[in-house]
Write a protein that binds this ligand. Structure first.
Ligand code: SIN
Length: 303
């Protein structure tokens, strides 16, 4: 039997397939389709200190091989999550990752303290949301602010900390190195790529927020490139994401340097996508006589 287990920053996942934040809610809707314990981990919808309604609609637009979203971190707030969603998630039989977004360093510390106390297994620090005016991407475009957010979370977290990086920067390796130096236990990448569509008849942007984040198969080659670059630059593990829709896509991100892989946008087409990706990855490993999924990480042979 192929060993699908991977060690993500000291947390053992039963398989490398994680569901990406913002594409799986808090899991309820998907439990009608399969047992959530089949997943390597669930990364919950991003949390802020106060409840947020998000941006006005339209905030989702289809694009060739992807979608643009400008959701704007809609969520019920961290206290609601800890009181009402964590009890459900904790009994799901898989690892739970809380994704947190602060407007200030104090908010990052408060969020880390609260989700740690609620019993999450890992924290993903969102310094890369392109859809909010305050916080979000502003943290993730400079090494100094990225490091400050990381340090604020590390101060309070009692579980490993993953920092989610933005592709909307000139040099992602500089940000990755800065958060590693600030104590990050892992990085995740890529968040969405800032994009825009215009309705040529109305001359209005398709999204009410004008711009949004592009995800889906269209971004996969960018994710592979950035994961490869970051893997060459840091020693901490990588949770890779960006357009994964098949076992071969997952293998590609792992060969580039990812320890585990998140499936996101594919869930909007097919709720079974992460299960199919896991099964196809296992078939790929068996076909190539690779006894352990972990052997794929960083095994690309570059020219
Ligand atoms: C959103 O809620 O706007 C998406 C979250 C993100 O891109 O980080």
């Amino acid at each position: 039997m192929t060993d699908l287990r991977v060690n993500l920053a000291g947390v053992m996942l039963k398989n490398p397939i994680v569901v990406a934040s913002g594409t799986f809610g808090f899991g309820h809707e998907f439990a009608d389709y399969y047992d959530l314990s089949e997943l390597g981990a669930i990364c919950a919808k991003g949390l802020t200190v106060a409840k947020k309604d998000g941006n006005p609609p339209p905030r989702i637009a289809e694009t060739p091989s992807g979608i643009l979203n400008s959701v704007g971190l809609q969520n019920p707030g961290v206290d609601y999550f800890c009181a009402h969603e964590m009890p459900y998630l904790k009994q799901s039989g898989t690892k739970i990752i809380a994704n947190i977004s602060g407007n200030t360093l104090d908010e990052f510390t408060e969020l880390a303290e609260k989700v740690s106390a609620a019993g999450v297994d890992l924290i993903e620090v969102n310094i890369s949301c392109p859809n909010v005016k305050c916080g979000g991407l502003a943290w993730g475009t400079q090494p100094e602010s990225a490091a400050a957010a990381t340090a604020a979370v590390k101060k309070a977290a009692t579980v490993p900390v993953i920092v989610k990086l933005s592709p909307n920067v000139t040099d992602i390796t500089a940000i990755a190195r800065a958060v590693e130096a600030a104590g990050a236990d892992a990085v995740s990448l890529i968040n969405t790529i800032l994009g825009m569509r215009i309705d040529v008849n109305t001359r209005r942007p398709v999204l009410r927020n004008n711009m949004g984040g592009l995800s889906g198969p269209a971004v996969l080659p960018v994710a592979v490139r950035m994961i490869y670059q970051v893997a060459c630059a840091v020693k901490i593990p990588i949770l890779g994401m960006g357009g994964v829709a098949s076992g071969a896509d997952a293998a590609e991100l792992m060969l580039a340097g990812a320890t585990a892989v998140a499936v996101g946008t594919a869930l909007f087409q097919n709720p079974y996508a992460p299960i199919h990706v896991r099964d196809e990855l296992q078939a790929y490993l068996e076909q190539h006589n690779i006894p352990a999924a972990s052997a794929l990480t960083g095994a690309v042979m570059p020219y």
